[in-house]
Design a protein around this ligand. Sequence first.
Ligand code: UT7
Length: 319
Amino acid sequence: MNFPVGIVGVGKCVPNTIVTNQDLVAGGLDTTDEWIVSRTGIRERRIADAETRTSHLAYGASQEAIKDAGIQPTDIDMVIVATSTPDYALFPSTACLLQDRLGLRTDIGAVDVSAACTGFNYALSMAEQYVATGACRYVLVVAGDVLSRHVDWTDRSICILFGDGAGACVVGRVPDGFGLIDSKLYSDGSYADILQVKPDGPSHIYMDGRAVFKVAVNAVVPAVEAILKKNGLVGSDVDLLVMHQANLRIIEATRERLGIPEDHVMKMIEIYGNTSAASIPMALCDAKQGGRLKRGSVVLLAGFGAGFTWGTTLLRWAY
Ligand code: UT7
């Protein structure tokens, strides 16, 4: 069995609290709006309150995605949650909490995936296998993080970057000629030390920003070129490039190298900052709701993050 597989519903959920660059300056952080905007493209981010956990954001995003797909929660045959900030450090998984809160059936698998900011690409490619083989009809793929809990709010090189949020999609069968065309995952653990939360001491993100920037561009650009070439496409064939939103300069560098027109690129970093694994599905949701995705649109997803992990997904939008 090899059914065509695609995204058939999208949703997102972000906390209500907006923290602008000005708010950070007013709070005493030694930075400026000008520095943050020119180096990263970020103007504001959403920050979760003390009670909000990843599963709460994942729940909101999932409800929206299930509604968008026009199905019932009980139609879901598996749930995969990509997160680096699960509600519980060890267990139960955030996916299990979501299974219960959404009222999903109990005869389905629920599992968390850990691939940092590339988590959505990893989870999507796993979901694809279950639907393609016919083992599942619908898989709920959710990516969510509350990384604001893991930044040192006095470290200006890190705390300005991250925001909280979740994005979700329902993966299901689509008509022939639509849906996922190709996907490729990558990993290189030799770069584990340039972006990590150290196993001992405070649970804060450590990042060698310049090194990550370089590794990201050197990894993502060839990966995007490779998936296009393998499928007989060029940059100008891409209707929408949805990259992990970590730095506007990385998005721009990739877009330019590939010759993708400027208005064919999703840029959400300005209002959400870096929401880790959630950034790609959140951007997909905003693209769909903003009318930027039509049936047949060629969409390229490119994720990258700690590990180092990266991945590309090429699809023809199905609805
Ligand atoms: O999602 C995971 C993937 N993550 C990424 O892809 C992030 C990749 N890296 C980056 O986006 C960039 O490296 C950053 C935005 C994190 C930093 O930008 P940069 O242009 O690489 O700056 P830098 O770290 O080289 O720092 C330049 C200067 C330093 O001062 P000196 O040493 O030149 O005097 C920093 O202390 O900027 C200073 N600086 C700041 N100044 C004002 C660092 N953070 C700030 C700040 N405000 N918030």
